[in-house]
Design a protein around this ligand. Structure first.
Ligand code: V4E
Length: 220
């Protein structure tokens, strides 16, 4: 498949009993419902996540989220409420990025040749194992063009909303932040602190030591 990389700008929000009602009143259109399982991978030293790199398998496909470099003019409050990550979905590119961080740990030099999204043998070469696994029920809505609103219910008991915009290469990040801010205002989101994602809550609960380390280095 072709090399695919997109920039995802996201703002999470607290999702409560009134959220669905608000969306309905605003005329948001439900664009889908789905359930998916995420498996997140790292080595025993957590070399990826300690660099804010998130390798996961979702619906049979590999995805790697890496932090995006900040560009000028993004010090606004709107920017502070959002996260920006590059999402890479081409397996070969994912393997290259992972290899930059985790050097060979086993001798099987053929492990990455012609691997597919279904063939997981490349993981052992990098000593990668699943450290988090959970299922999400997601309802998606559209209100403003290009902004997806996801309401996620994770199976370990955490409910969170997300405003997400995918920015094409060379796209206007500042305009995207403003668009997300407008949507947030329409939804009446007044919080001025970032809301925790599913992974943050999962790690706090099931890997408290690693969670504490990520907090210390300001990754969570
Ligand atoms: C923890 C984390 C990442 C893993 C994916 O997290 P999240 O965006 O919560 O997943 P999800 O299911 O919403 O993915 P989507 O379907 O939108 O692709 S990627 C980056 N982080 C770190 C992080 C952070 N430091 N702060 C916040 C608010 N979110 C994520």
């Amino acid at each position: 498949c072709p090399f695919q990389m997109s920039l995802e700008v996201e703002r999470k929000f607290i999702c409560d009993a009134d959220t669905l009602k608000t969306l309905e009143e605003l005329g948001a259109v439900c664009v889908g419902q789905q359930q998916f399982q995420d498996q997140y991978f790292d080595n025993p030293q957590f070399d990826l996540t300690l660099r804010d790199m998130w390798l996961r398998k979702r619906k049979g496909c590999w995805e790697l989220k890496c932090p995006a470099e900040e560009t000028n003019g993004e010090q606004s409050r709107a920017a502070a409420m959002c996260t920006r990550y590059k999402e890479i979905t081409t397996l070969h590119e994912i393997q290259l990025r992972v290899a930059e961080v985790i050097k060979d740990v086993c001798e099987d030099r053929d492990a990455e040749k012609a691997s597919s999204h279904q063939d997981d043998s490349w993981l052992s070469r990098r000593n990668l194992a699943c450290f988090a696994e959970f299922t999400t029920a997601r309802q998606s809505f559209k209100l403003e063009e290009g902004v997806q609103i996801d309401l996620d219910q994770a199976d370990f008991g955490y409910h969170v909303g997300e405003l997400e915009v995918v920015v094409p290469e060379g796209g206007d990040v500042q305009a995207t932040l403003e668009k997300i801010e407008r949507t947030a205002q329409k939804l009446g989101l007044t919080g001025d602190r970032r809301v925790e994602g599913k992974m943050s809550v999962f790690l706090k609960r099931y890997h408290p030591e690693h969670y504490a380390k990520l907090l210390n280095v300001h990754i969570l």
